[in-house]
Ligand binder design. Structure first.
Ligand code: EZ4
Ligand code: CO
Length: 403
């Protein structure tokens, strides 16, 4: 089997997405998600100008060699743009392999390690009351795990909360990013009160998660982790900037709240120390940004040695193709933890045809060959890309902070 053509599809059904479609001489094509929120065209151009020409003529079954060809072979390594491009190709190759053999991809990765996959969703409100209502809504929908984010008294905007009643979408259409502001002390004073109320309102069995979005120093994160201990979180995510790996040592010594990190990592080298020193409990890397299914299997194996589980990033700013790939991966590995699932805009689901079932907070896999995902290419064309950026974040005195 040979790759004869590959194209990049940039479209915006609901929001911007980048997709690679790889075609073979046997009429089978594979799809991969290459979306990097706010930097979409960099990945699209990298794929079109530099990677696709080298793919033509290759056997899609040689996914391991193709992966190393694009990782080691180019001399320049790592980086979000590079790894997202490689990840999209790898996903599409596994999709082709599954379709060629007429099996779902998970059967090629190790088979069924579980019958269903637990997902967590997001509940967010502008204040405590609205947040509690939103959690109740998600519980009523059957979710057993909910990420709780809330507006903080005295703060204008905060990560995870939309100021209108619409669902949360951080990327704003425009020629440059909007600016938000942040006050760590107000946040730290409020969050334990919020979780106290949430835990009091809902059963002890409800899994609660929270995302600090890289905004704390190690000692601030230590205080938060410690104060949240009585409320028994499933995980506390991205407390300190993810690249500050030494900081996790300090944080870990202070709290037994489980820690999750990794949505912005892109290679095994970003999480190797955190895993081997047992400084985290969940690795949040996702298939698209982690360089594909091929390297993610290796990361899961390393994590498995230390009983660290996966919790793949699954925002609505990655396409349902990435979600499908995460689910195949999560089905096949032993140390699956949980899958993030925010849901998608209706328009997104009109373009991306998703075959896996979702009910009461759990995914079950379809038996469709490959990734079990397809695209309406004609419809996709109708929704044109519009430049959009994630916000930047400043402290109240104007200092640039992590968003
Ligand atoms: O802010 O995907 O856990 N989820 C997250 C996400 C990220 C966005 C950035 O594009 O932190 O919502
Ligand atoms: Co996050």
């Amino acid at each position: 089997m040979k790759i004869i053509k590959a194209e990049v599809i940039v479209c915006a059904p609901g929001r911007n997405f980048v997709t690679i479609k790889i075609e073979t001489d046997q009429g089978i094509y594979g799809l991969g998600d290459a979306t990097l929120n706010g930097r979409e065209l960099a990945v699209a151009t990298y794929l079109e100008k530099h990677l696709i020409p080298c793919l033509i003529g290759r056997d899609p079954f040689d996914s391991e060699d193709i992966w190393h060809y694009f990782y080691r072979g180019v001399y320049w390594r790592r980086g979000a743009v590079n790894m997202t491009a490689i990840g999209a190709i790898d996903m599409a190759l596994w999709d082709i392999k599954g379709k060629a053999l007429d099996v779902p991809v998970y059967k090629l990765l190790g088979g069924k390690s579980r019958q269903k996959l637990m997902a967590y969703t997001h509940a967010q409100g502008r204040d405590m009351e609205e947040t509690i209502d939103k959690v109740a809504e998600k519980v009523a929908q059957g979710y057993q795990a909910v990420r709780v984010q809330s507006g903080v008294p005295g703060m204008k905007d905060i990560y995870g909360i939309s100021n209108d009643k619409k669902s949360y979408e951080p990327a704003i259409i425009g020629q440059k990013p909007i600016e938000e502001s942040w006050n760590t002390s107000k946040y730290l004073n409020y969050i334990p009160k919020l979780f106290s109320k949430v835990r009091e309102t809902f059963s002890d069995d409800l899994h609660l998660l929270h995302d600090a979005h890289h905004r704390l120093t190690p000692i601030e994160a230590a205080r938060l982790g410690k104060e949240l201990e009585p409320f028994n979180l499933f995980w506390l995510e991205d407390t300190i900037p993810a690249e500050l790996q030494e900081g996790f040592k300090l944080l870990r010594q202070h709290t037994s709240t489980p820690l999750a990190v990794g949505e912005i990592f892109n290679t095994i080298y970003d999480c190797q120390d955190l895993i081997t020193n047992q400084l985290i409990d969940y690795i949040r890397m996702t298939i698209a940004h982690g360089g594909g299914i091929t390297p993610m299997l290796k990361i899961a194996s390393l994590a498995g040695l230390y009983h660290i589980k996966t919790g793949c990033h699954g925002p609505s700013d990655l396409s349902p193709i990435n979600l499908a790939a995460c689910l195949h991966f999560g089905t096949a590995i032993n140390n699956f933890g949980i899958q993030e699932y925010m849901g998608y805009a209706d328009l997104t689901m009109e373009v991306f045809k998703f075959s896996h079932d979702f009910k009461n907070g759990f995914f079950t896999m379809s038996e469709a060959p490959g990734l079990g995902i397809d695209m309406d290419f004609e419809k996709a064309k109708k929704h044109q890309y519009k430049q959009a950026y994630l916000p930047v974040n400043r402290l109240e005195d104007g200092t640039l902070h992590s968003w």
